[in-house]
Design a protein around this ligand. Structure first.
Ligand SMILES: Cc1ncc(CN)c(N)n1
Length: 222
């Protein structure tokens, strides 16, 4: 049986490309991304992760079995115990504390993306929620791995790239794909597919908007 993730990615190939090959991503890869764009992105991403942790808490709540509950909890822990540490470490280099981060106002793009995913989960079931969450967890693993292939040791974004290319994150990514595909075996019907595709496509476009937010912030600073 084809993987639901692969089917969604194929059917949303243009959106996926606009996300994973965005100018912001290419700028991280060749090191040309202005630091101001990265800083703005990273602070907003910290706020984004707080809301995404809530989405995994919602997935834990909506679970129908202990193993589904553990999958939700693993996603929650990956964000709170691993991913956010990267943001705290990198932001500390600019003198930003966690209080500074948490008191920064969320930008419209952060609100749009995170509340879209939370609403997908609240209005729908576990499969809807994971379809909306998939571009986040899986896309960054793909981007990290692709950028690592060409990144030079003096790349200013090497630490970010290394985190998402790491074995730890790649395992999180593989678990996200396996989890989505396993839920599909149990819950997917052809009638449901258009809605899942809409959720996946929209979340992927909101990812691209999130990168663009960083680029626009740097232009506004000038
Ligand atoms: C916007 C966004 N998308 C995805 C990820 C990776 N979990 C992230 N940190 N931020």
């Amino acid at each position: 049986m084809t993987s639901l993730f692969q089917r969604l990615k194929t059917d949303c190939a243009d959106e996926w490309c606009s996300y994973t090959h965005h100018a912001f991503v290419r700028g991280m890869g060749d090191g040309s991304l202005p630091e101001a764009a990265f800083r703005d992105y990273l602070v907003q991403d910290y706020l984004f992760l707080i809301q995404f942790a809530r989405a995994y808490a919602l997935a834990t709540y909506k679970a129908r079995s202990l193993s589904e509950m553990r999958a939700g909890l693993d996603g929650l822990k990956a964000i709170l115990d691993v991913e956010m540490d990267l943001h705290v470490r990198l932001c500390a280099k600019w003198g930003l504390s966690t209080v500074d981060l948490e008191t920064t106002p969320e930008k419209p793009q952060t609100i749009a993306y995170t509340r879209f995913v939370l609403d997908a989960g609240q209005a729908g079931d576990l499969l809807d929620l994971y379809a909306a969450l998939a571009p986040c967890m899986i896309g960054y693993g793909e981007i990290g791995k692709a950028l690592q292939k060409h990144a030079t040791p003096d790349n200013p974004y090497a630490e970010w790239i290394a985190e998402y290319a790491s074995d730890g994150y790649q395992e999180i990514m593989a678990a996200s794909i396996a989890n989505l595909d396993a839920l599909a075996v149990d819950m997917l019907t052809e009638n449901r597919y258009p809605r899942l595709k809409h959720l996946f496509s929209q979340a992927t476009l909101l990812e691209a908007d999130f990168w663009q937010m960083g680029l626009d912030a740097e232009q506004d600073e000038k």
